[in-house]
Design a protein around this ligand. Structure first.
Ligand code: AMP
Ligand code: MG
Length: 321
């Protein structure tokens, strides 16, 4: 089976074509970025509308015009204008090509991409993206969220602070670069049991910036502190659930320092650390296509509504990795 997957929950419009033999035939994307300020949802949706045709055509061309059996798209969770535009694009394409369409959850697709790209079997998932920071475990055909941010996500924390200091979107890679030349200044460390909090960190850093503390030092301290918080809860999740594997997914998984810290922690516990390849850590179409295949084989019911708030623990995990 060959599936064409369309991602468009937020900033990125991506199309991936994947076969059930686990081959990525193509993966093309275009990310809406800014030089200053964050993402405005309706502008992100306009971006998707503008680039859709070109990205779809390029994905089909790069895959060498395969015989596509199925279309899938990310229906949840995300920014409502982006979700609606993506749904519209997917349904129009499915109609044009006379193909069945699957709606899939974006977060489940990120987790499935970990199984696609690595040998991980039964891990604690640490999902770190622009909108989510969650520790997840799969038990009895359900994902359980065993720890999460009580306010903003780690990605959003990085992007918000980047905006405060005049960097554009996405802020994570720019902060990672500046952090290389920084020194530590103390900032709040906010872990509450298995949960985390990042919004106070942004306010604190913004105040230090007004006091003319160097950008580089603030970026370094932000990474060291927030990533240590993530490492602490990830370690506790592994201990509490008796898991010997940790897998890191989501856009912030591109960060080398975060990977390094988690890797050290796992080594010390004699456990295995996995991270998806950098290219596939952020939002992209291939993970949506793979999720379409996983769910189609078990669950052919076709539902196409969008849902901007659907949490991963609401899903029935009908598929097997
Ligand atoms: P996603 O929502 O999964 O597409 O991830 C997007 C988020 O990943 C944004 O908040 C980015 O700032 C963040 N991000 C991307 N690259 C990096 C990086 N190298 N370090 C930290 N965060 C990153
Ligand atoms: Mg994402």
């Amino acid at each position: 089976m060959i599936c064409l997957g369309i991602e468009g929950t937020s900033h990125t419009f991506g199309v991936g074509i994947v076969s059930s033999k686990k081959n990525i035939l193509s993966d093309v994307r275009d990310m809406h970025t800014t030089n200053e300020g964050g993402i405005i949802p309706v502008i992100a949706a306009e971006h998707h509308k503008r680039v859709a045709q070109k990205i779809i055509e390029q994905a089909i061309l790069e895959a060498k015009y395969p015989k596509i059996d199925l279309i899938s798209f990310s229906r949840s969770p995300g920014l409502p204008p982006s979700l609606h535009e993506t749904r519209k694009i997917a349904l129009e394409l499915a109609k044009e090509m006379n193909l069945p369409v699957m709606r899939v959850n974006h977060v489940a697709s990120h987790l499935s991409s970990a199984h696609f790209h690595t040998k991980v079997k039964d891990p604690i998932y640490l999902f770190v993206s622009g909108a989510n920071t969650q520790l997840i475990v799969l038990e009895n055909k359900r994902f359980h969220i065993i720890g999460e941010s009580l306010d903003i996500a780690i990605g959003n924390c990085l992007d918000k602070f980047a905006r405060e200091i005049g960097l554009g979107f996405p802020g994570g890679p720019k902060i990672e670069e500046l952090a290389k030349k920084g020194e530590y200044v103390e900032i709040p460390y906010l872990v509450k049991g298995m949960d985390l909090s990042f919004s106070g960190v942004v306010t604190h850093l913004a105040n230090l910036y007004k006091k003319r503390i160097k950008k580089e030092d603030l970026c370094f301290s932000l990474q060291e502190t927030c990533f240590a918080m993530l490492t602490e809860v990830a370690e506790r999740a592994m201990a509490n659930c008796n898991k010997k594997e940790l897998v890191l997914i989501g856009g912030v998984a591109a960060n080398k320092r975060l990977n390094e810290m988690l890797n050290i922690m796992c080594k010390e516990r004699k456990s295995k650390f996995y991270s998806v390849p950098l290219k596939y850590s952020g939002d992209h179409g291939a993970m949506i296509a793979y999720q379409g295949i996983l769910e189609y084989e078990k669950n052919k019911k076709i539902k196409t509504e969008t849902n901007s708030y659907e949490r991963i623990d609401e899903l029935d995990v009908s598929w097997k990795y």
